[in-house]
Design a binder for this molecule. Structure first.
Ligand SMILES: Nc1ccn([C@H]2C[C@H](O)[C@@H](COP(=O)(O)OP(=O)(O)OP(=O)(O)O)O2)c(=O)n1
Length: 161
């Protein structure tokens, strides 16, 4: 399905957070002057995606092929297909303003393939991905306190304290 109706290629809309936040006419803070943040639809959840892919493989008797290593290789292959879309384009601005709708839809497909295999790989490795993401983000916040690393992209090992 091609993207239409003012939505982007992934079928997800832009939301006007800052308009809602600053609707009282008060002067906007520097943070709210950022471009509007792109947001995803709330569905499907990661568990929904896991279940849909499990149904897809069950219906085809493909579980016999979907062992962890095969899924990992399939995922890496799809990452390569994402990379191919960016290949030789040089730096690409956020929002991909110069990309055609066809290129955007191809990207949406390839990113979806990566996610589908990632979710199934996590399932087959018994990693509860949504909860694991919460734990990992908590660790990331500890490793990179905002007050310490503000505006710097250095790796945590490069900080001397
Ligand atoms: N054994 C397979 C084959 C496919 N798929 C599903 C998961 C992916 O979302 C998608 C991958 O399909 P293809 O291998 O045909 O890859 P592409 O869709 O990227 O096609 P192409 O390589 O022609 O771009 O289909 C799967 O679960 N198990």
């Amino acid at each position: 399905m091609m993207a239409t109706n003012g939505k982007d290629a992934c079928g997800v809309k832009e939301e006007a957070h800052s308009a809602a936040v600053n609707g009282d006419g008060a002067e906007a803070s520097p943070q709210s002057k950022r471009p509007q943040r792109f947001t995803f639809s709330s569905e499907p959840s990661i568990e929904d995606i896991r279940r849909m892919q499990a149904d897809f493989t069950d219906e085809r008797d493909w579980n016999q092929f979907h062992q962890p290593r095969n899924l990992l290789l399939a995922m890496v292959g799809e990452v390569g297909e994402v990379a191919e879309l960016f290949q030789w384009k040089g730096e690409v601005a956020e929002g991909l303003p110069d990309w055609t709708e066809t290129e955007r839809e191809q990207l949406a497909h390839e990113l979806s393939d990566v996610l589908i295999y990632l979710v199934e790989l996590a399932e087959k490795c018994r990693v509860d991905l949504p909860q694991a993401v919460l734990r990992k983000m908590a660790l990331n916040r500890l490793k990179y306190p905002a007050s310490k690393v503000q505006g710097s992209a250095k790796k945590y090992t490069e900080y001397k304290d």
